[in-house]
Write a protein that binds this ligand. Structure first.
Ligand code: PLP
Length: 256
């Protein structure tokens, strides 16, 4: 029997299960892939917000990675929370030797407000990782941080100039009104906008779900625009099924 497409998910462990590696595993599995997981950081958090991030050492992260990819070749790579700039060169070296699609979700702040942009992580990611990605999936605030510009559109153009092949700019974090507009920028192609109904709650892990779904669909062979559209629909469905096990944000349900 043919093996499932493997998506290497690099991210943090969120004990609430809403975001991070658990979101990646659930999303990739639901879409018919196999998640390989490299944990960048343990976190203390609940459904309200993060309180502490404990990154793993670059040496141990690198040792895990080397052992894994000597044995299993991923079909796509998804990068989420890195937690420390020390891990960036290890990830950069991985991407330089990887031919498949790479999706970067630049996790620089939690939805609850906790700042994850420690020690210029955003700047280092922009310099070292952005040029090696197929797709970046920032929300508006993350785009401005990663692109280091206070105007969102200018920041997006900076990211394209920095070498991003494509950017899916999500709009749920700021826009008002009853629609959420996500915008896809890809090379010289005209910008494409996707409009979705705004759901009533605040959700934890929607960005992780979206980026993992893009990576899974790309690994399954979709073209970029197709992957991005299917991934948004998958995320919306998971948010529609969300529940609220704690007293903070709602958690997506990524399985039927
Ligand atoms: N914790 C981890 C480990 C994450 O990867 C993320 C987002 O990617 C978050 C927390 C924050 O998730 P959210 O912004 O959806 O609240």
């Amino acid at each position: 029997m043919r093996s499932l497409p493997c998506i290497l998910c690099i991210g943090g462990l969120d004990p609430s299960g809403g975001a991070g590696i658990q979101a990646d595993i659930e999303t990739v599995s639901a879409l018919g892939g196999r998640a390989l997981t490299l944990v960048t950081a343990l976190t203390a958090q609940d459904s309200h917000d993060i309180s502490t991030v404990k990154p793993v050492s670059a040496d141990f992260f690198s040792a895990q990675l080397e052992l894994l990819i000597r044995d299993i070749r991923p079909d796509a790579i998804k990068i989420g929370l890195l937690g420390s700039p020390d891990l960036v060169p290890v990830v950069r070296d991985l991407l330089q030797n990887f031919r498949g699609p790479v999706v970067l979700d630049p996790v620089l702040a939690a939805g609850g407000g906790f700042d994850l942009d420690t020690r210029h992580l955003g700047r280092v990611m922009c310099e070292q990782l952005v040029p090696l990605t197929r797709l970046i999936t920032p929300n508006r605030a993350e785009a401005r941080r990663l692109g280091n510009h206070e105007d969102t559109d200018q920041a997006v153009h900076r990211l394209i100039r920095a070498g991003a092949d494509a950017i899916l700019l999500t709009g749920a974090d700021e826009a008002a009104g009853d629609q959420v507009i996500n915008r896809l920028f890809e090379g010289d192609a005209p910008e494409r906008a996707f409009s979705w109904p705004r759901l009533p709650h605040s959700y934890h892990g929607s960005g992780c779900t979206l980026a993992s779904a893009c990576a899974a669909r790309l690994a399954l062979g979709d073209r970029l625009a197709e992957a991005v559209e299917t991934a948004q629909r998958f995320t919306l469905d998971a948010l529609r099924r969300a529940d609220r096990p704690g007293e903070g944000q709602w958690l997506p349900r990524r399985w039927p």
